[in-house]
Design a protein around this ligand. Structure first.
Ligand code: AVJ
Length: 325
């Protein structure tokens, strides 16, 4: 791993483990194994966000996209792009929509930190559809989106999978403003968001999505320690931590933690030994949940106007389409 990335990684680890509530950035879930474990999570019976979003993308979102007829799609946190194919198909079809062959030239720029996974996804898309111009961007989605200047307009930006949930408080506003500053006047921005419990959605159902019976989410959570041991030179003992995920109603978010099963010492290069007491936890993820008014407030603060909104019948998940104010 290149020195600057390692330095940045070690700094983030040292800082996170020095906090009163120890924490580690959730982006370190997504090494190749972690990305594969996350793909497995999206197939779980308990994990409703992916399949609910997929059905909303098919109807009504695909219709929104065909109506907009964007020339380019910029997807932040693309992962496997499985859902993206629905958007690309909706972009491909001119007004007719009948022909199987895409009638329009389209450009797709997936953005993700998981370089190997992203390149593999890009290759498979090119094979599937040689007419698609694929331009993968290996970078953190909070970084400057200057590459969009090279893309044919209008551009549809997409932040799917409730990835916005990982950006608590100000961070969500900064992420939205970052996209807003890259948008031209005819561009649009599609956001998928997991909703807070409500009449059709119990806290139990929400918590089950992060505590699946097969333990895949627990493996995904623990795998972060495996990745840090390999890439940052720490020596976490994976057998000495257990997975915990719960919904914090006050904050409106799911929290994922790794709880120490015994007192232990962890070697962190450049920080020496970090003491972790039995029962103490390391927070590995915040997954914020929203409702329409909270999201509208976030959009307006980033000078974005809600153009379209839809949810599934149970109010589990929502999709919002926003334009520059
Ligand atoms: C990819 C951040 C949307 O928070 O639901 C899945 C990641 N964490 N199971 C989410 C995740 C535990 C997921 N996001």
């Amino acid at each position: 791993m290149k020195a600057p990335a390692l330095t940045g990684m070690l700094e983030e680890i040292r800082w996170g483990l020095s906090r009163p509530q120890k924490e580690l950035p959730s982006k370190y879930f997504y090494d190749t194994r972690g990305s594969e474990l996350f793909e497995a999570i999206t197939e779980l019976p308990e994990y409703y966000p992916t399949r609910t979003e997929t059905s909303l993308l098919k109807t009504p979102v695909a219709g929104w996209v065909t109506e907009m007829a964007p020339a380019s799609l910029v997807e932040l946190g693309a992962g496997s792009a499985r859902k993206t194919r629905i958007l690309l198909a909706a972009m491909g079809h001119g007004i007719s929509g009948r022909t199987r062959q895409p009638t329009r030239k389209r450009t797709y720029a997936p953005v993700d930190v998981a370089g190997d996974f992203l390149r593999a996804t890009a290759e498979s898309l090119k094979v599937e559809d040689p007419s698609l111009d694929v331009r993968p961007q290996v970078r953190d989605i909070t970084w400057d989106l200057d590459f969009v200047d090279e893309l044919p307009a209008p551009i549809l930006f997409a932040l799917l999978g409730s990835t916005i949930g990982n950006f608590a408080g100000e961070a969500a506003g900064e992420l939205l403003s970052n996209v807003r500053s890259a948008m031209g006047e005819n561009d649009l921005f599609l956001v998928g968001a997991d909703l807070r419990p409500g009449p059709g959605k119990s806290i139990e159902r929400l918590e089950a999505a992060y505590n699946d019976a097969q333990g895949v989410t627990a493996d995904f959570n623990l795998n972060m320690l495996r990745a840090l041991n390999r890439d940052a030179g720490t020596d976490f003992d994976l057998t000495a931590f257990r997975h915990r995920a719960f919904y914090d109603e006050g904050e409106g978010r799911i929290e994922m933690h790794l709880v120490a099963e015994a007192d232990q010492e962890v070697q962190v290069p450049g920080a020496g030994v970090v003491q972790i007491r039995e029962g103490e936890s390391i927070r590995t993820e915040l997954s914020c949940k929203y409702d329409r008014s909270v999201l509208t407030g976030l959009f307006e603060a980033a000078s974005l106007d809600m153009v379209k909104w839809c949810t599934d019948a149970d109010g589990l998940y929502a999709m919002a389409l926003v334009s520059p104010m």
